[in-house]
Design a protein around this ligand. Structure first.
Ligand code: NAG
Ligand code: NAG
Ligand code: NAG
Length: 842
């Protein structure tokens, strides 16, 4: 809590536009004469000019490309773009209209005492399972959640009718039943769903909320609230009690006694109180209000958690609590209105009916079918392959759905380290997938390259849209911050130490993976003419940004030796870490040279640069750019794929392995000096040498397919990869050889091993991709070996993830190399979702 406050304070301190104060100061001092004033203004301008780190690259914005406007923009306006919540909707606008869902048991004080009210997706809630099992990224999503003895399903449908206004309409059906269908537990008979809606902008017209005072029953539908927003115009929000087809005859609603009908309570307030934004703490708001009520009537014995049924003037946060008997369900319907007088009028009734009850059931069935069709189209295996077993197919659908369903929209600015202290960069939007809804509900640069491999398959346009947002975040120097913490909702979930972004630190340019696919498609003229034209327009507009990004890497992260590279940002002075971390590489604690310094050569970065160079060369060629613009990329790609140069820098001929190089000693220990401050003890002084830790980094020349198919280095690397003492396990390739001195070692007493043995799906995916490549190299001496390893590795990963998913309900961040158990954060719907591509051999 304390650190959260500090973060907020820090934000406020630095939120002055850069240099505003000096500007005023100078003008006041120099008050007189025209010339003096001009000089003063010049000085002031110079002072007020934001440092380079904080200025956007001056190149056309990719997000302004025509393909992302018009109809597409309209279709994508609303979405479940709040991935940090179990369920939240918002518009893709800086100041959004937004909605969110909470649920809780209204009949027990435990809800308050144990804070058992669900809202933000967190691991502490210990839900046995949740995630999107279907989501098309645009119009339809279905989520299943298991919360103790309660199964909840949530289905979202977007819809456009003739009377729909901007962004269309949407409906959400939430349904709850006992997990054990046959024997409802005695205690929990009811569940409250609280859906809220709020406008981040000033409402265009005052809200009109439900009648004051009394709870109501839902009957055939209730108009909850209507208002006008700068984004969608006039709108209204409704709720209808519905009967779930699986809970018995569809007429169940009518036969239900009045006493068992759903009950509706509400509260509407202004969303901000001074500086305080209630939207960020809807859950706390509800709990404090209900708690106050409890304190006023503690002796009533029959305590129930109900909102007080009141609405204040000027409200723009409305919370609607629907309490249902289990099994039960409710449909919430949002309507946007073309007709300014429309909201709340009598014609709403028919429109609500078309989006709730049996009509909604039918819409859902149609979407479900459409989803399955599209999935089959874009995720079909190679011609003639067996269909996936049912369990693997379900897992693949859930993996892709949860990744697509976790695409979020964020708006705000990064906190950036500059010579003048930590300052906010410019405000900007980001449309991105997130690694994990519970743990990392925000954008991460190198994760995104892997995410987009999947999104690209599902919807090439949506993927370009996302990549466009990322590339638009580039500053004048060509740098993109690695962790994107944009806006208060994102910031809330980040520990303070990770907030500030350092413009000298990189992160793997993995976005070149999907970009290289686009380049390849252009080069091969694969696809429909319209699609190829869109790709061409995109990469053509992206070229100046890609060039700036590439050049930033190629200069700022260059190593001492020609064609070598070095991740910046390792702490060379710390005595507290066993091996100073390399956060920039994405492989955080993967062991590198024991003594960080400028002599280091990082193999993985060099191979990423080979990928980037090749993609640039291909794009430049496909765009028909003049030879002198493309030649440097071709030349750099050739240099980086030259086996002789690679070997001179990174091949250890004694160990027959590719390794990092640097100032290193193996004789390092963490020693407890005092209880709280252990120190690193170095027994033997370091020397310049290869860093003898075989693992994912050593595989990079293979992963990026840089080794000639007949090279003995390829043979040696395959042998090591397949060696069970090194990387091979029944659950996939482990990140660090079991023989490494750093295998499974804590980096500090509180820093558990992370990339020191665990199995990660993103690198295993790259390994499979490479093995498949070498398996297809006719006549190479390692063709058969590569093919056999490919088949085994694929089977191992698929089997283990299926076992873990069906047994534990989630995909995980990583997997234990000894027993295959999922570890790290969950659900981890980010690159672990690549299991879908692995399944269909794509
Ligand atoms: C509740 O969900 C669990 C886990 O998905 C499932 O095994 C169980 O059958 C569900 N119960 C009902 C009544 O659908
Ligand atoms: C390196 O680590 C030490 C603590 O071990 C810390 O005091 C110092 O600020 C760190 N340096 C950088 C550049 O982060
Ligand atoms: C990358 O940097 C090297 C070393 O400065 C340079 O020779 C090469 O031309 C650069 N590549 C490109 C494409 O700019």
């Amino acid at each position: 809590m304390g650190s959260r406050k500090k973060q907020q304070q820090q934000l406020q301190d630095s939120s002055d536009p850069v240099g505003k104060k000096p500007l005023h100061g100078n003008l006041l001092l120099l008050g007189g004469g025209g010339l003096l004033l001009a000089v003063a203004v010049l000085i002031a301008l110079e002072l007020s000019r934001a440092p380079d780190e904080l200025r956007p690259l001056s190149a056309p914005r990719l997000t302004s490309l025509a393909e992302f406007g018009g109809d597409y923009k309209e279709r994508m306006l609303w979405g479940s773009y709040r991935p940090g919540l179990y369920f939240g909707m918002r518009t893709r606008t800086p100041k959004g209209l937004l909605a969110g869902l909470l649920w809780f048991d209204p009949d027990t004080l435990d809800t308050l005492m144990n804070r058992e009210m669900r809202h933000a997706a967190t691991q502490e809630d210990e839900l046995a399972r949740y995630g999107w099992v279907r989501h098309d990224g645009e119009q339809y999503g279905r989520q299943t959640l298991v919360d103790k003895d309660c199964n909840i399903s949530l289905t979202m449908v977007k819809h456009w009718g003739p009377e729909s206004g901007r962004g269309g309409d949407w409906a959400v059906r939430v349904h709850a039943r006992h997990a054990d269908g046959s024997k409802p537990s005695q205690r929990r008979r009811r569940l409250s769903f609280a859906m809220y809606i709020s406008d981040e902008d000033k409402p265009k017209s005052p809200w009109s909320v439900l009648p004051f005072g009394e709870p109501s029953d839902l009957k055939d539908g209730v108009h909850l609230v209507s208002g006008g927003s700068s984004v969608v115009g006039p709108w209204s929000f409704h709720a209808v009690e519905s009967a779930h087809p699986e809970d018995g005859p569809p007429s169940g609603k009518q036969t239900r006694p009045v006493s068992k009908r759903a009950r509706l309570d509400h509260l509407a307030v202004p969303a901000t109180e001074g500086e305080y934004d209630l939207r960020l703490s809807v859950r706390e708001l509800i709990m404090s209000i209900v708690y106050e009520q409890y304190q006023r009537h503690p002796d009533e014995g029959k305590f129930r958690l109900y909102l007080p049924n009141s609405a204040s003037t000027g409200c723009n946060l409305g919370i609607f609590q629907v309490t249902v008997w289990l099994p039960g369900s409710v449909d919430f319907v949002f309507l946007s209105h073309k007709n300014p007088e429309g909201a709340g009028g009598p014609e709403d009734e028919a429109r609500v009916a078309a989006l709730s009850g049996d009509a909604l059931t039918q819409l859902i069935a149609n979407h479900e079918q459409r989803y399955d069709q599209h999935f089959e189209e874009v995720f079909s295996g190679p011609a003639g392959s067996e269909p996936l077993p049912e369990g693997q197919l379900e897992m693949a659908k859930a993996a892709v759905s949860n990744l697509i369903g976790s695409m979020g929209y964020f708006y705000g600015s990064s906190q950036v380290k500059t010579e003048r202290g930590v300052k906010p960069a410019w405000d900007a939007p980001l449309f991105t997938a997130v690694p994990s809804r519970s743990f990392f509900p925000r954008g991460f640069l190198w994760d995104e390259g892997f995410h987009q491999l999947l999104v690209q398959r599902w919807s090439p346009k949506m993927s370009r849209d996302s990549i466009a947002h990322w590339l638009d975040l580039m500053n004048v120097q060509g740098w993109i911050p690695r962790e994107q913490i944009l806006g208060a909702e994102a910031l809330e979930r980040v520990p303070e130490e990770f907030v500030v972004q350092d413009p000298t630190h990189a992160n793997p340019p993995s976005l070149f993976l999907p970009i290289a696919n686009m380049a390849h498609q252009l080069q091969q003229e694969q696809g429909e003419a319209e699609e190829l034209a869109a790709i061409k327009a995109f990469v053509s507009a992206a070229w100046p940004r890609l060039e700036a990004w590439y050049t930033w890497f190629n200069t700022s992260q260059a190593g001492k030796e020609p064609t070598s590279y070095r991740w910046h940002g390792r702490n060379a002075t710390t005595q507290l870490e066993l091996n100073p971390k390399t956060l920039a590489s994405g492989l955080d604690d993967y062991p590198r040279a024991s003594h960080p310094g400028t002599d280091e050569r990082h193999l993985d970065l060099r191979c990423w640069m080979a990928l980037a160079s090749e993609a640039m060369a291909k794009i430049g060629t496909a765009l028909g750019l003049p030879a002198h613009r493309v030649a440097p990329y071709i030349a750099t790609h050739q240099a980086l794929s030259d086996l002789g140069i690679l070997n001179a820098l990174h091949w250890d001929s004694e160990l027959q392995m590719y390794l990092d190089w640097g100032l290193h000693t193996e004789e390092v220990k963490l020693q407890r000096r005092t209880y709280s401050a252990p120190a690193m003890r170095v027994a033997t002084p370091p020397s310049l040498r290869h860093v003898p830790h075989f693992g994912y980094v050593s595989l990079f020349p293979l992963l990026m397919r840089l080794l000639p198919p007949d090279s003995r280095e390829l043979g040696a690397t395959l042998d090591h990869l397949a060696n069970t003492d090194l990387l091979w396990t029944r659950f996939g390739l482990r990140s660090l050889a079991a023989t490494s001195s750093m295998y499974k070692k804590h980096n500090t007493p509180s820093d558990k091993p992370y990339w020191r043995g665990q199995v990660w799906v993103n690198v295993n995916y790259l390994a499979l991709r490479a093995l498949k490549h070498y398996a297809g190299q006719q006549g190479g001496p390692y063709q058969e070996q590569a093919a056999a390893l490919y088949a085994q590795l694929r089977a191992h990963i698929l089997e283990n993830l299926e076992v873990q998913y069906s047994g534990h309900g989630y995909l995980y961040e990583q997997y234990d190399d000894v027993n295959g158990r999922g570890s790290g954060s969950h659900p981890f719907n980010g690159w672990t979702a690549l299991i879908a591509l692995i399944a269909v051999e794509a």
